[in-house]
Design a protein around this ligand. Structure first.
Ligand code: KG4
Ligand code: ZN
Length: 359
């Protein structure tokens, strides 16, 4: 199925979903249409709240969600000009994530669902990332993406490869055996005394640096393995920082280390994409999740896709990191497949394998 629709559509008739995402430290609300058009999307991040601690403090994250969520929903209606009558359904992330953060979103959406008599559906955050390349808006074009495709999800908590056969039909073909890509970028940034979240900081510093100063050995997994392993790279970076006594004041050393470390992470990602398409020649590949905002990964992935004649779809930067728009679009697709969540549903810190089968 292609999401590239012609201009003849009666967009008024398309169903609209109000979505909430509070799985970690970003509070996000969106209104999304069933063709992937994002009517409204806003994200309040809590970077400055967690920065002094070098990572997310769960209790502070929950309190901030409680503070921002309802005002953001009010803002969504005010700025979009829509009201409850225009909304057909609600969606909310209920897994995986920090339970205290997820609960704020889930209880809010359940309450609004009961109050305004709109059905709601709970969404797996990872499925949201998988479908994020379908999103478009006034500033970006509708993507051309057909099933089946290969989806690489690279975020702070996950690094997984999925074969996507249809909406709701995902098979894992590879995953990280230890840390996620975003997790090691964040950890190394922290060791270097950089800000939080570290992935974006490493990206920025790498742009000013020349690569090739520091060497990171290739991670040795079985030759045809489609899994990832990043913890060895993280340990190597840790030893380098200690041995060479690199501190945040050594501007050029820090930037060079960032550039070489980032390149080692990107090398492994591109190598796995290469291995998959040699085994199963997908015509389309998507890369999504927070780390897909990385400028070096985007460049290398585009070069790789060009050489291999692959239709690569990367979400616009605003839909790479956590956002409610991807949860809204996923929710609509779940509704269309007959899903509707009950009022006694709970949230989960982990993603369960059965989450990906449509009920
Ligand atoms: O998808 P996401 O917003 O949250 C999770 O689901 O985990 O991903 C967050 C991750 C963090 O590890 C962050 O450092 C990383 O995405 N990230 C980046 C960039 N922007 C965010 N990593 C590399 N380069 C970036 N530009
Ligand atoms: Zn995410």
């Amino acid at each position: 199925m292609s999401m590239n629709r012609g201009p003849a559509l009666n967009t008024k008739a398309l169903s609209k979903n109000l979505a909430v995402e509070t799985s970690c430290d970003d509070t996000s609300v969106a209104i999304v249409r069933e063709d992937g058009f994002v009517i409204f999307n806003t994200v309040v991040n809590q970077h400055s709240v967690h920065q002094p601690y070098g990572g997310v403090v769960p209790e502070l994250a929950s309190r901030n969600h409680a503070h921002y969520l309802i005002p953001l929903i009010e803002q969504a209606f005010k700025e979009s000009g829509y009201n409850w009558k225009d909304i057909d359904s609600l969606s909310v992330t209920n897994r995986p994530g920090l339970v205290g953060s997820l609960i704020v979103g889930l209880v809010t959406v359940k309450t609004l669902s009961a109050l305004f008599k709109k059905p709601y559906v709970a969404v797996n955050h990872i499925e949201g990332h998988i479908l994020s390349p379908f999103l478009w808006d006034r500033e970006t074009k509708a993507p051309h993406l057909e099933f089946p495709f290969l989806a690489l999800i690279v975020s702070g908590g996950h690094t997984c490869l999925f074969e996507v056969k249809d909406f709701g039909s995902y098979t894992i073909v590879g995953k990280t055996l230890d840390d996620a890509a975003g997790e090691v970028l964040d950890k190394v940034a922290r060791l270097l005394g950089l800000g939080y979240p570290g992935g974006a900081e490493i990206d920025q510093l790498s742009q000013k640096a020349k690569r090739g100063q520091y060497t990171f050995s290739k991670v040795k997994l079985k030759q045809n393995s489609l899994d990832f392993s990043f913890s060895g790279l993280k340990t190597a970076a840790m030893y380098l920082i200690k041995e060479l006594n690199i501190t945040k004041e050594d501007d050029s050393k820090v930037s060079s280390l960032c550039a070489d470390f980032q390149e080692a992470v990107v090398d492994q990602i591109i190598d796995r994409l290469d291995r998959v398409i040699k085994k199963s020649p997908f015509k389309s590949v998507i890369v999504a999740g927070g780390v897909s905002a990385n400028s070096r990964l985007r460049k290398r992935a585009k070069e790789w896709a060009f050489i291999n004649k692959i239709n690569l779809v990367l979400p616009p930067l605003k839909y790479c990191t956590d956002n409610a728009a991807m949860i809204g679009f996923t929710g609509i697709k779940r509704f269309q497949n007959g899903c509707k969540s009950p009022q006694n549903l709970n949230c989960h810190p982990h993603s369960l394998p059965e989450d990906f089968s449509l009920l």
